[in-house]
Design a protein around this ligand. Structure first.
Ligand code: SF4
Length: 61
């Protein structure tokens, strides 16, 4: 799975709480994916973070 956080992020921190293996704060206090390509074992956790994001800022394929 490939994942990225788009410009819509408001820095609520929800995805970082749910899946800290993938998401972290950047210098602007917004979320960013630590790496674009993530392990399949984290798919469920990333999907949960996507569904929790209030502004649909997480994109995955
Ligand atoms: S849940 Fe969405 S808005 Fe909140 S920090 Fe993560 S990407 Fe940004």
């Amino acid at each position: 799975m490939k994942v990225k956080v788009n410009q819509e992020c408001i820095g609520c921190g929800m995805c970082i709480d749910i899946c800290p293996e993938v998401f972290e704060y950047n210098d602007e206090g917004l979320s960013t994916a630590k790496s674009e390509e993530i392990s399949d074992s984290l798919n469920d956790s990333v999907t949960e973070a996507m569904e929790a994001c209030p502004v649909d800022a997480i994109e995955a394929e």
